[in-house]
Structure formats: structure tokens, C-alpha cells
Design a protein around this ligand. Sequence first.
Ligand code: FES
Ligand code: MG
Length: 570
Amino acid sequence: MKEKLRSQGWFGKTGKDGFIYRAWMKNQGIPDYELRGKPVIGICNTWSELTPCNAHFRELAESVKRGISEAGGFPVEFPVMSLGETLIKPTAMLYRNLASMDVEESIRANPIDGVVLLCGCDKTTPSLVMGACSVNIPTLVVSGGPMLTGKYQGRDISTSDVWRFNDAVRAGDMSQEELTVAEACMCRSRGHCAVMGTASTMACMVESLGLSLPENAAIPAADSRRKVVAQLSGSRIVEMVRENLRLSDILTRQAFENAIIVNAAIGGSTNFIIHLLAIAGRIGVELSLEDFDRLSANVPLLANLQPSGNYFMEDFYYAGGLPAVMRELDSYLHRDCITVNGKTHQQNYQRAACFDPKVIGTVAAPISPLSGVAIVKGNLCEHGAVIKPSAASVKLMKHTGKAVVFEDIEDYKNRIDNPDLDVDENSILVLKNVGPIGYPGMPEVGNMAIPKKLLEQGIHDMVRISDGRMSGTGFGTVVLHASPEAALGSNFAVVKDGDMISLDVANRSLILHVSDEELAVRRAAWKPRHKKYTRGYVQLYQNHVEQAHLGADMDYLRGGSGSEVTRDSH
Ligand code: FES
Ligand code: MG
């Protein structure tokens, strides 16, 4: 056992090297026996006061440490780049791949035998899982948990209300003063966004992949049981090291299929697609955009959670949480998939129960027959685009309209509320240059706000198409992730005002009614208008990021480099 631990490639050495590896550690007051053959467990911490959703992670790490010590391991907490969704400009997504590199190299370069990933705010989950996959040592995820439900003027609110408040202020139905009060009411506890936005979607993703202990996904950050799951995870990772249970043992093709099916049933974020594709790329599992459509096609919506439904993550947990959904999906899932606790899905979830049918439906009586994501294709997006039917308006799912085109986000902001803008409720808003290369980083602007003059007429949804993403808390008939993006001079780059576009979700098509000849002429005359960066990380990103339908990872980060202990440093 001892010689198998990679940490002994540092601490197990004699002479000068062993001295160096141990002596400096001892300045932290560590007794010699801690370094003599105990599994060393890294706690990869995305704590940061600039990532408010993860600001309680130092405390959570203490619970993980307690579990590690209890099971005979030696805990070492280390920081990695933390990505806060709300503050980072131009978008946290630009840095997901950078953070994943930090995670990968930090794990491999250090004397770590197993790792607990502390994940919360949207990008902190995929970046950590991606990085860990490229090393492939025993790994377990502990999520930070959602915030408590917001309370404003006697009603429940959460992140999805940001978009409603914004429309209300623009329509003159809410004052700036009321908006300021609502700010404090919405984020009233530790934790990440309290709806089935991207953070909660990611927490459900890791649990359905088998990367966390059961129940991890939904326990509120402020609930004492969050710390219990953290402590149990700490003791479990030590056993995983002893069993040599690695990410590649858990992340099989079937595990990915399970995650896709569960994501459909919970009405998870569209960002799930991009992150799961990137994770699959790292661990070497074949996964395509079509898999998401095909696997979720017949899955009913079981979770009645905002933004697709009515309730909040707190309600979800009290109603039985993800285990209740997993149990109900029994006949849809691969039940033999192994999870981090060494048990199968079936063993973990067979006794789960639903305590509130308003929040978690059944396959026989689902919240909605519409779930998941649909992948549309056509000459406007040859590699596909994404729409979330459960968050869209039924009457717009088959719609033909005249394009109102915005060349980039500044163009959109300058003109959207112009009273002279030639737009009506049947128009289709098109926003270009918000893709991975074009923005850069593919921001969450795809659910662009409706023109003010239409809002005043009571119009709250229109077909909107972009090469960007939308927040997992967003909703509407929005077509996202159009690939190839405008910055590549694709057909999407040459759509013009007045072109007719047809969206037909049932037939999975998105057609621009312009002839191939005309499109070829337009593409030949096309000139890029996005900013090209000439140095630093952003240049690297623009040169190497793959398109959305592949997961927007860097081309050179696909796969992994293993966990081999490299040469000594002195
Ligand atoms: Fe962090 Fe929503 S802003 S999870
Ligand atoms: Mg987000």
C-alpha cells in the first residue's frame, strides 16, 4: 500500500529530497507520522470573497478535513482560481479552461493521492472536474449548496426574478428603490443561486454522474446537513484511495447518459451541455450534441423548479431532492453505474422517497411532458444550436419571422430600445459575435431583453437566436450556442435585417430562407468585426478554443496526462 501512494514519491524519500519535501511541511506544525504513508488528500478549494457563492468554503473544508483525518488520511487544502459568475468580466466562461489547467497542474505537481473538489458557483464545478479528469486520481465532489429561498414583499424570489425585475423596471412597473431592496432580499444566505440554474444543474450533474455522495446536490448551504455530507465525503475519499477508485472507473459512457437523462428530468440549464461535452472530452468518452437530444427526448420533466417551473432548491431538497428524481427515473437510467461510495445508483437510491408531489412529479404524472434540450440544425447553424423547450413559449416553437439583426452586443444595447427599431412581436432577434471567439468567452447574453416598446405592449417572449449562452436561470424561446459562430464567418455571420428565419423545434430545424448562392456571395464579402487579442491568456483562448458543439474546451486540453510522479525539483 505505502509504495503505491504517489505522495510517497515525495514524503517517502530519504536523503536530501525527502528532507526538502518534509522539512518545509513541518513548519505548519505537522508531526512526522502524518507524512509517513497516510493517504494525502487534497482539498481543492475555490473559496474567494470575489466568488460570493463559494465564500463559505473555508468552513466547509474544515468538515471535509475532519472526515479525512478520521479515516486515517492527511488533508491538505489548496486554492485554485475561483470563478465568480457575477463579478468576472467579460464572462466567467472565458476562464473556465484556464481554471481547469490550474486544477490539473496543481493536482499532478503535488504529493496528492486523492482529491476532494469544493464546487459551487457555475463554472467552479466544470473547471474542477475537467482538470481532475485530466489527472485521473481518486476524486470526489462536495458542492457548496444553494442559498435559502429569497423573500421579497411577502413572496419567494430567486435569481430568475432578476430578469423579471429588469423587465418590470423597464416597463415602469417597478422603481429603482424597490429594485435595491430586492437585492438584499434575494441573496440572504450563504450558497449559490437557489433555482435550477447552472450551479444547481452542475451539482445535480456531479451526483448523477456518480461523483458525489447521494443527496449532495440539493442540501442548502445554510443547512447543517451540508457539513455532514462534507465530513462523510472526507472520510470516503480516503477509502477511495485505498480502493484506487478513479474518475475513469466512474465516468463511463453510461454515467454520461445517466447525467443527460437526469438533466432533462430536472429541467437543468443549457450550460450543462457545454460543460458535460468538455468533461467527456477530458476523460475520453465519446459524446455528441445529438446524444443530448436523443437521450432526453422521452424523459418527462419531474422537477417543478424555476426557471422551468415554480419552486426553489430549498423546496427541492425538502421534497426528497435528487435521490427522489433518480429513484423515479429508475427505468430510464443505467442502474449498475458505480459511484464514489462504491455502490451503484440502484443501491444508493432504491429507498429514496418523494415528500411533496407538487415539487417532484412522477413519470406517470409528470410536471410537464416537455423536458430536456432540443438540438436544432440548418443552414443557420450547421453544427447545431440548442433550445430548452421547457423554458420556451409553446406558441413560438414553430415560428417564421423577419430577422432583426444586431452585429454585436454594443449594437444591440444601442438600438434595442430605439422607438424607431423596425421590430414587432413576430420578429426574430439575432445577436452575433457573442460566441467563444467573438466575445470572447461566450457570455450569458442569449436571453436578450425584449425591445421596450414591445414590453409596454405586454409582449414577454420572442424568438431570439445567438451564438452565445444564457444563464441557467434564464428562460424564453431562445436559441443558443449557434455553431459555427459568427466570428468564423459562417452563415450566422451574414444574416441580414429582413431575412426570413424559420424555427421548428418539433422538426429540429432552424432555417435561414436565403439561397446558397446568395449566402456564398455574402460570406465572400464578410469581414470580421470582433476584437482579436494579441497577447496573454485571451490570445491563447481565441487561438485554441473549440466551438460550442464540442464543449468549448481548448483543442490541446482534450484527454489527460495521467498522474505519473515527475522528476524531483532539486
Ligand atoms: Fe454563483 Fe449563480 S451567481 S451560482
Ligand atoms: Mg451563469
